[in-house]
Design a protein around this ligand. Structure first.
Ligand SMILES: NC(=O)c1ccc[n+]([C@@H]2O[C@H](COP(=O)([O-])OP(=O)(O)OC[C@H]3O[C@@H](n4cnc5c(N)ncnc54)[C@H](OP(=O)(O)O)[C@@H]3O)[C@@H](O)[C@H]2O)c1
Length: 318
């Protein structure tokens, strides 16, 4: 990737896309093209085709997609399935047609079976039943991972790169109550309880499930690393994790401390937990020479500051 290469960051207003944009700009890439959702709906095949024809990007980071926590996934499974598959399919086909050199697609740890051995190795994909609460999203992600493999095989070119980050967090995360993942949701809940001087925050589930979190800027770093080292990649997918997992209880305690909430926490065990544990084995990618650099607490402090300063620009400009 040269400093003048045309690079399309799809979904640049989101959590990962904004981290990538920041990273590419800081490295001096000069020819970055972006379009926000409102100017380019990637589920619409004809406008995607036109955009690629006009812009002819050489590299694509496909950070656009529909994501959400357990509630959103359970309420809108058809929307999660359709939106993600349509975006992937349109962008993959256009990337092939207009000779994109490398495209990076992001799968998810949700794609792995619910009860697979831990830490989760890449080869556990499609070896068992997936978690029911995020089934539709997971199927879309599995389709995307397999599509990368299929395009590479059929066209004899390792141009489609599938990275599977574990649960991401960072500036520009989605703090919307109906759409947020666990970290932005906890930040909002503890912050609002602090402001209202409430004594108790009630959280979903038992607090026992364990999750691995990775800072969005570390995933941006992994993405750039993957493209720079693309010739060394195999035609498969790569786990991208921090290597450390926390129970939701531990996470809640860390966040309540950072936010400065002085009350107690109650667990509503009538609400779903999701998969019991999701820790990725990222050995393959680590062995290539990449490593994450942001500890959970440091990343959470920056994320909370972003939330407080309302510096998130989601849904923003072109
Ligand atoms: N967050 C995680 O923990 C996580 C973990 C593993 C993998 N991933 C994957 O990584 C990628 C990036 O995730 P993220 O957390 O950065 O997501 P995000 O913060 O929700 O950002 C997604 C971006 O995609 C845009 N978008 C959605 N639908 C679109 C459409 N039809 N056309 C054009 N743009 C559209 C969104 O714009 P609007 O907000 O304006 O709709 C938003 O800017 C996704 O593929 C996700 O599945 C995420």
């Amino acid at each position: 990737m040269d400093k003048t290469s045309k690079i399309y960051v799809a979904g640049h207003c989101g959590l990962l896309g904004s981290a990538l944009l920041k990273r590419l700009k800081s490295e001096g890439y000069l020819n970055i093209v972006t379009r926000s959702h409102r100017y380019l709906d990637l589920t619409r095949q004809e406008v995607v085709e036109k955009f690629f024809k006009n812009e002819q990007p050489e590299y694509v980071f496909l950070c656009a997609g529909l994501t959400g926590g357990i509630m959103a996934n359970k309420t809108y499974p058809a929307t999660f399935l359709h939106t993600n598959i349509a975006i992937q399919d349109n962008v993959f086909e256009a990337s092939l047609k207009y000779n994109v050199r490398y495209i990076v697609f992001y799968g998810s740890s949700c794609a792995y079976p619910r009860n697979c051995p831990q830490p989760i190795k890449e080869e556990y994909l499609l070896t068992g039943e997936i978690e029911q609460t995020s089934e539709a999203y997971a199927i879309a992600k599995i389709a995307g991972i397999l599509a990368c493999r299929a395009y590479n095989s059929q066209y004899n070119a390792n141009r489609f790169i599938a990275l599977l980050p574990n649960t991401m967090f960072g500036p520009n995360d989605n703090f919307d109550v109906n759409r947020s993942h666990v970290i932005p949701s906890l930040i909002r809940k503890f912050h609002e309880a602090k402001v209202k001087n409430e004594s108790i925050v009630v959280l979903w589930g038992s607090g026992n499930p364990r999750r691995e979190f990775i800072y969005s800027e570390d995933v941006a770093d992994a993405s750039v690393f993957a493209v720079k080292n693309a010739k060394r990649l195999q035609n498969t997918h790569y786990n991208i994790g921090s290597g450390i997992d926390y129970s939701i209880k531990e996470l809640a305690e860390i966040i309540s401390e950072i936010v400065g909430f002085k009350g107690g926490i109650e667990w509503d065990v009538s609400k779903p937990n999701g998969a019991p544990k999701k820790l990725l084995d990222s050995t393959h990618f680590l062995n290539m020479g990449w490593k994450p650099s942001t500890p959970l607490e440091g990343g959470l402090k920056i994320t909370y500051e972003c939330f407080l300063n309302q510096c998130c620009v989601r849904g923003g400009m072109i």
